[in-house]
Design a binder for this molecule. Structure first.
Ligand SMILES: N[C@@H](CCC(=O)N[C@@H](CS)C(=O)NCC(=O)O)C(=O)O
Length: 243
C-alpha cells in the first residue's frame, strides 16, 4: 500500500504526487488542509514528528523529504525510469534537485509565507499562540512567528527576490543545454523544479515570461501538458479557511 500525505499539488507536496503519477502508481490520497492546521493533528505527527508534508507511507515504511521520496519511488518502481541512464546525467539531475531544495525552495518560501499574512492576521492572539506552540520544527515556527507578527522586512523580501532572479537565470541557461533540466531525458529534476517554478512565474512574472525567460516559459508549457501534471492538478481542493 502506498499513501501520500500532502497539502495539494503545490511546492514540496507536488514533487511526490508527480513521482507517483508519472509512474502510474495507485496510492491513497491523504490530503491535509494547511489552513486548518490539519498537519498539527497528533495522529499525523506520529507519522511526521516534524509536522511537515509530504510524507510517503509504503506498507509499514515512512519516508519524508520530497526529493528522497521520489528517489525511493524510482528505485522501488523502476518503470518508467525517471533518471538519466548515465552517471553524468544523474549527477546533473541531483545537482539540480539539491539546488531546488537548498536555494530555490527556501527563497520562494519567504514570498509564499508573506502572501499568507492576510490569512494569518485573521487569527486571534490566543489562536496564534496555540498554533505556534504546536509546531515541532523550529524553523517552521520561526517562519510563522514572523508571518503572524510584523512579516518579513523589505530587506528580507528583496534578498529572496534577488535569489529567485538567480534561479530564473540559471534555469534559462540550463534549458539552453538540453530539452529537460538534466539534459535530453525527462527526470526527477524536472519534477522537482516544476514543483516550485509555477510559484515563481505567478509571484514574479517579470522574471519568468515569454520575453524574459523564453526557454523556461516553453519548458513550463511542456510540463503543463504532461498527463501526470494534469492529474496532479486535478487533486487540488478548494482551501476552506478556519472559521
Ligand atoms: N525539505 C522538505 C521540506 C518540507 C516542507 O517544507 N514542507 C512544508 C510544506 S511545502 C511544510 O510542511 N510546512 C509546514 C508549515 O508551514 O506549517 C521536503 O522537501 O520535503
Amino acid at each position: 500500500m502506498l499513501a501520500i500525505y500532502h497539502f495539494g499539488p503545490v511546492a514540496n507536496s507536488m514533487t511526490p504526487l508527480l513521482g507517483l503519477l508519472e509512474k502510474g502508481l495507485r496510492f491513497e490520497d491523504r490530503y491535509l488542509n494547511s489552513r486548518l492546521w490539519e498537519h498539527h493533528d497528533p495522529a499525523f505527527q506520529k507519522i511526521s514528528p516534524e509536522g511537515m508534508v509530504p510524507v510517503l507511507v509504503h506498507d509499514d515504511r515512512v519516508i519524508t523529504e520530497s526529493t528522497v521520496i521520489n528517489e525511493y519511488l524510482d528505485e522501488t518502481f523502476p518503470e518508467p525510469p525517471l533518471k538519466p541512464a548515465d552517471p553524468y546525467g544523474r549527477a546533473r539531475m541531483r545537482i539540480w534537485t539539491k539546488y531546488v531544495d537548498e536555494y530555490f525552495c527556501p527563497a520562494l518560501t519567504v514570498l509564499g509565507a508573506q502572501n499568507a499574512k492576510g490569512f494569518a492576521s485573521q487569527m486571534t492572539a490566543e489562536e496564534k499562540a496555540a498554533v505556534l506552540a504546536r509546531m515541532p520544527n523550529a524553523e517552521v515556527r520561526r517562519k510563522w512567528e514572523t508571518v503572524t507578527d510584523q512579516g518579513y522586512s523589505e530587506a528580507e523580501l528583496a534578498a529572496a527576490r534577488a535569489k529567485l532572479a538567480n534561479v530564473a537565470r540559471k534555469m534559462e541557461q540550463r534549458l539552453g543545454e538540453g530539452t529537460w533540466m538534466a539534459g535530453d531525458t525527462y527526470s526527477l529534476a524536472d519534477i522537482k523544479n516544476y514543483s516550485m517554478a509555477p510559484g515563481l512565474e505567478r509571484m514574479l512574472p517579470e522574471l519568468v515570461s515569454e520575453q524574459a525567460a523564453p526557454r523556461v516559459f516553453d519548458w513550463l508549457r511542456r510540463m503543463d501538458e504532461r498527463p501526470a501534471v494534469k492529474a496532479a492538478k486535478a487533486l487540488a481542493r478548494p482551501r476552506p479557511q478556519a472559521a
